[in-house]
Design a protein around this ligand. Structure first.
Ligand SMILES: [Zn+2]
Length: 290
């Protein structure tokens, strides 16, 4: 017989008060600390209307902001085979599944062909919400294929980076993507086709160290963190205090690492102008010997 049996029902917890503001309706801007109505943010290319802070943008939204209308996505079905059967705090396979659930994408880049201001262009936009936009075999392969497709069709390439670098869960295979994409870009160069690289917050590690810095024109978004190693690692290595604003777009333009900083709301226009300057026009005629 249980002596301490609870006879009466336990006191019910108070009913949860319905939040007056549904979650996700307002966003606090890290730039000006103001609350912004999420719809206003979406309607302004995710740039704060008050202080121009650039929020991170997903790959699909990015494509929508650049292309004139509909686009054709390539290699959507490619997915990682988890070649090392890697596990850290959780299995890599699980991280891949979570990435798919979060973004609807099978890996951290979306490649597509469409038109920018009437010109045929192939764009590769990275998705940070998928394992930090890291570059593994699938990202490398999709970008390399996008470049090869651009060479076949004789159209320019635009990449929009947003990445923490190489994907450690695929070990050295991730590092090989740096070489693979760079080789494809050198073929694009030999075919005399333009390549514009847009670097957004953040672009670091193996992505900076390969294709993101290889553009004929390298454009940074305002105040984007762009670098190879993080500031703490560099300070410890060179034993010097780093200057203010180090590794931000504006600093990198001043020091010759980037060509220009462009507000996202003007990005499409600047890309179109640059592509025209570099000789892109409507569907280009095939060039003999290319
Ligand atoms: Zn703001």
């Amino acid at each position: 017989m249980a002596w301490f049996k609870r006879v009466r029902k336990p006191i019910a917890p108070p009913p949860e008060k319905a939040a007056r503001v549904p979650e996700g309706l307002w966003v606090k801007c890290p730039g000006c600390q103001d609350a912004i109505y999420n719809k206003d943010l979406a309607g302004n290319l995710r740039v704060c209307p008050r202080c121009s802070h650039h929020f991170r943008m997903g790959a699909t939204e990015r494509l929508r902001s650049l292309f004139d209308g509909a686009w054709e996505e390539h290699d959507r079905g490619l997915r990682s085979t988890d070649p090392l059967k890697f596990t850290d705090t959780k299995p890599y396979a699980e991280r891949l599944r979570t990435g798919l659930e979060l973004t609807g994408q099978r890996d951290a880049v979306v490649t597509a062909s469409g038109q920018i201001d009437g010109m045929d262009v192939i764009v590769a936009a990275m998705e940070y919400a998928f394992i930090g936009g890291s570059m593994g075999v699938v990202v490398g392969e999709k970008i390399a294929r996008a470049i090869e497709r651009a060479i076949d069709r004789r159209v320019p390439v635009v990449t929009v980076s947003c990445s923490g670098g190489a994907r450690m869960m695929e070990g050295t295979l991730s590092l090989m993507q740096m070489a693979k994409v760079s080789v494809a870009l050198s073929r694009l160069d030999r075919a005399r086709l333009p390549f514009i690289s847009v670097l957004t917050d953040p672009t670091t590690g193996g992505v900076t160290a390969s294709f993101a810095m290889l553009g004929d024109l390298n454009i940074g978004e305002p105040k984007a963190l762009i670098g190879f190693a993080g500031p703490r690692v560099i300070e410890q290595t060179i034993r010097q205090t780093l200057p203010e604003g180090f590794q931000r777009s504006e600093f990198l333009v001043e020091h010759g690492m980037l060509d220009m900083v462009v507000d996202r709301r003007e990005l499409k226009g600047v890309i179109a102008e640059a592509l025209r300057f570099m000789g892109a026009s409507g569907p280009a005629a095939p060039v003999a010997g290319a």
